[in-house]
Design a binder for this molecule. Structure first.
Ligand code: URP
Ligand code: ZN
Ligand code: ZN
Length: 460
């Protein structure tokens, strides 16, 4: 099958030119002006912005968590992602404490294989680091193409590791060319604050927010940054929300250290006032919580300054009856919110169309930097001869409204209900196949492939 995308504004992290893209099979074969190729199908992209398919490196599909499971599985989750222009996701495998990484890998392969519509990979969350885990880490890097290892500095008793385990893992990962990523919040402080609020009968969603003040994230981000410096292991902080945490990373640059930073779309757009809506605030109960206007400004600035490289979602949806598990106690509300479908359009609308970031930064933050950091570039994350033909064609002026009535995620409310968005994903290609066109999904479960990743090579 060959496809010619004609006359679009083709934007990569470093280029921005009107031209054509010739695709043969799964790959881009040529990019240029007025390409002299005949194709079986031609897509007219004039007036459209053509970008690499999005890569969302932070999603939780069908994940057991807080006594329930996130409501999108690999089929609905990667399908919704495709609708929004995201062609690949990286999900998190969770090791069960006391059990092996290989058992956890098998469990996630059963959830994803034959079910995914879009491409995917996994980060391995190491929740129990010991000599036997260390051997498995080496095997995952060398044999399975899983080269990033997630750690939690919170969720004690379920996912958290201590600092001794952290530096042990970092040593092993560094030696074998991987990357350690982190949920950086101070779990002990948060647990103490949760206990105090519960004792005082303060049980509404607002107290979820008040149990995780900015300092809990700033402290842990600084500690992680120091451990990464001490061990020399490359570090990546996931879902950063606030100025204090970003300051820790900024401070580290003065000793010539670069810690990589991901924020998520919600932390750029929403704030903690949503927790004042009584139990409705449960829709945005996530960890870390939404913050203040000054934090949003710091994150937008961080994107432009190159301190924040990636915008993900931390997509972890729960239906309303699942959120109701915490109706009498905020600490029982499953943490997470649905966003996998909206990241590309929201960032386009609020970032590019409102002049906060350039189109090149948009592409870097939505695909290229993730591809490079997580060992997939240039196969993924760009539009160039030889790359996978993963492409999103965006109508930059088309206005639409986000709603539960039109989204494709398996969740019965929208965290962005009524948001007016300018810029709509029209057509999406995944490995040379039209995957979404005119709002219709054209690929089926099983089309999505597991992508083996290479070693972490840093960001130049
Ligand atoms: O609230 C969140 N973020 N839920 C998913 C688990 C995590 O911490 O990323
Ligand atoms: Zn987290
Ligand atoms: Zn997460």
């Amino acid at each position: 099958m060959s496809i010619l995308i004609k006359g679009g504004r083709i934007v990569t992290a470093g280029t921005d030119e009107v031209g054509d893209i010739f695709i043969e099979g799964e790959k881009v074969r040529a990019v240029g002006k007025r390409l002299p190729f005949d194709a079986e199908e031609t897509i007219d992209a004039s007036g459209k912005v053509v970008v690499p398919g999005g890569i969302d490196p932070h999603v939780h599909l069908d994940m057991p968590f807080m006594g329930t499971s996130s409501s999108d599985d690999y089929s609905s989750g990667t399908g919704a992602a495709l609708h929004g222009g995201t062609t690949m996701v990286i999900d998190f495998i969770l090791q069960t404490q006391g059990d092996s990484l290989s058992n956890a890998l098998g469990e996630w392969q059963r959830k994803s294989d034959g079910k995914a519509v879009g491409d995917y990979s996994y980060h391995m969350a190491v929740t129990d680091y010991n000599p036997s885990t260390a051997k498995e880490v080496v095997k995952l890097i060398s044999e399975e193409g899983i080269t990033s290892f997630k750690t939690f500095m919170a969720y004690k008793g379920a996912l958290m590791i201590d600092d001794g385990q952290m530096i042990g893992l970092m040593k092993t990962v560094k030696e074998h060319g991987g990357l350690v990523t982190v949920h950086a919040t101070n779990g002990d402080m948060i647990d103490a604050l949760i206990a105090r609020h519960r004792e005082e009968g303060k049980l509404s969603p607002l107290y979820h927010y008040l149990s995780q003040p900015e300092i809990t994230e700033a402290e842990a981000s600084g500690r992680f940054t120091d451990m990464s410096f001490y061990t020399g292991c490359p570090g990546y902080i996931v879902h950063m929300t606030c100025e204090g945490a970003l300051d820790a990373v900024k401070r580290a640059t003065t000793r010539n250290q670069k810690v990589l930073v991901e924020t998520c779309i919600q932390y750029l757009l929403l704030d903690a006032s949503l927790y004042e809506k009584n139990f409705d605030g449960a829709k945005w109960v996530m960890s870390p919580p939404l913050r203040k206007g000054k934090d949003r400004e710091a994150l937008w600035a961080g994107l432009n300054q190159g301190l924040v490289q990636v915008v993900g979602t931390d997509h972890c949806p729960f239906k309303w009856d699942q959120k109701l598990m915490g109706k009498d106690d905020f600490s029982k509300i499953p943490n997470g919110h649905p966003a996998i479908e909206h990241r590309m359009e929201l960032l386009f609308s609020e970032g590019v169309n409102k002049g906060r970031i350039s189109l090149n930064t948009y592409v870097a933050a939505t695909s290229t930097n993730a591809a490079r950091i997580f060992g997939m570039y240039p196969r993924k994350g760009t539009i160039a001869a030889g790359s996978d033909a993963d492409i999103a064609i965006i109508d930059p002026d088309k206005e639409h409204i986000l709603s539960v009535d039109s989204h494709h995620m398996n969740v019965d409310y929208s965290a962005y209900e009524g948001w007016e968005v300018k810029g709509k994903v029209d057509t999406v290609l995944l490995r040379g196949k039209v995957a979404v066109d005119g709002g219709e999904l054209k690929v089926s479960p099983g089309y999505g492939e597991f992508i083996k990743r290479g070693k972490h090579e840093g960001l130049a």
